[in-house]
Structures are given as C-alpha cells and as structure tokens.
Write a protein that binds this ligand. Structure first.
Ligand code: ADP
Ligand code: NI
Length: 198
C-alpha cells in the first residue's frame, strides 16, 4: 500500500465514522480491496483504481449533498496530497461516473473496475445485510406483499438481482456468480418462510 493510499483510507475512516446505513468505512475498504483484485486481473492502473475506489463515496449525495456536484472532498484530498491535475481529473471523472444515479459506464478500465467493485458489494451476503440496514434507516418494511416496491425485498427485484448482468468486466462477472446465486437462494427461502412453506 502506498503512503497516499494509507492517507486516503484514514481520511475515509474519519469521513464515514458513525454511518450505519450501508456506507460505513468498511464498505470503502471492501471496494478498495475488490477493485485492486479486479485491476490486477484486468491490467488496470493500480494507483488510479486505488484512489478512485477509496474516495468513491466521500462526495456521495446522501452523505455529503453539498459537495456531490463539485466532488470537493475528493478534489481537496487529492490536491493536498500533491496529485497532478491530470491524474486528479481522471480520478474525479471516475467518481462522478460511479456515483451518477443509475450509473454511467466509465470510459477507463480503472473506472470500470471501481464501478464493478462497488456493485459487487451490493450483492451476496454483505449486499443482503447492507440492503436491510439501508431500508431500516429509511423506515422501510422488510417486505410488503401489497406494495412490493416500497420494501427492501422490492429493492432486490429493482436493483440487486440485475447487478450480475450489469457488470463491466469478466473478472467481476466471475466473482458475481456465487454472490448472485446466494441472493436468489435467500429470496427463495424468504418467500417460502413468508408463505409458511418452510
Ligand atoms: P453505493 O455504495 O453503491 O453507492 P447506494 O448508495 O446506491 O450504494 O446504496 C448503498 C447500499 O444501500 C447498497 O447496498 C444498496 O443496495 C442499498 N440500498 C440503496 N437503495 C436501497 C433501497 N431503496 N432499499 C434497500 N437498500 C437500498
Ligand atoms: Ni459505494
């Protein structure tokens, strides 16, 4: 790990202290680690991938609405640590694409790795835990058979089950296989218990 990555992780740890709605510091740490695995497999630049991954949520519109457009938290961090204007522009561009609501496919392979790592963290066992934590923080019911969309189970159908087919890299698609199967098995069991069949 380079010095600037260590500093960025420390910055993220302070930034996310106290979040209990699925965006805690460990989400950032996982995205960073997964993005580096993808970057190695995909031949992406390590430094750019690492910094974009660590800083990808510090200007998130839910957590820092006042800097969501300018990406000031990430931009200031990069300039404080002497990152060149050209490299900072690449990193900030990736963060913008990854956080764009609905997602915008980044042009660079580094951006594709960061976006895939972020999406992989929304599926599998951790993805399930994050979804219920987020839904709870917004006062959403676990499941509502009448108004499915307003529940966390609704979010599985609207977003989480689609993730495996929306990944950019084949390395991420291969990691997604078992995580997506786990999600599907979870839903099957959830409905069986709900219906008194298990
Ligand atoms: P990201 O870290 O990918 O930017 P989001 O901000 O979109 O993630 O969401 C953070 C976490 O909250 C993810 O695990 C996501 O699945 C979950 N989440 C987002 N919207 C909802 C929702 N309406 N219901 C339940 N979970 C949600
Ligand atoms: Ni994220």
């Amino acid at each position: 790990m380079t010095d600037i990555e260590t500093a960025a992780l420390r910055f993220a740890r302070e930034f996310f202290a106290g979040d209990a709605a699925g965006h805690d510091y460990y989400h950032t740490e996982r995205v960073y680690k997964t993005a580096l695995i993808l970057a190695r497999r995909e031949g992406a630049d390590r430094g750019i991938t690492a910094l974009a991954a660590i800083l990808h949520d510090v200007d998130d519109r839910k957590l820092s609405p006042e800097t969501a457009l300018t990406k000031k938290n990430a931009a200031d961090f990069l300039s404080r640590h002497g990152v060149s204007g050209e490299m900072a522009a690449l990193i900030l561009g990736i963060i913008g694409d990854v956080s764009f609501s609905g997602g915008r496919i980044p042009d660079s392979i580094e951006g594709k790795c960061v976006q895939d790592a972020d999406r992989l963290d929304a599926i599998g066992a951790i993805g399930i835990a994050r979804a219920f934590a987020y839904g709870g923080s917004r006062g959403r019911p676990l499941y509502d058979p009448v108004n499915t969309g307003a529940s966390t189970i609704g979010h599985f159908h609207e977003k989480l089950l689609l993730i495996k087919d929306r990944l950019n890299t084949s390395s991420a698609r291969s990691i997604a296989l078992s995580r997506a199967a786990y999600l599907e098995a979870f839903l099957k069991e959830f409905y069986a218990e709900w219906n008194g069949e298990a």
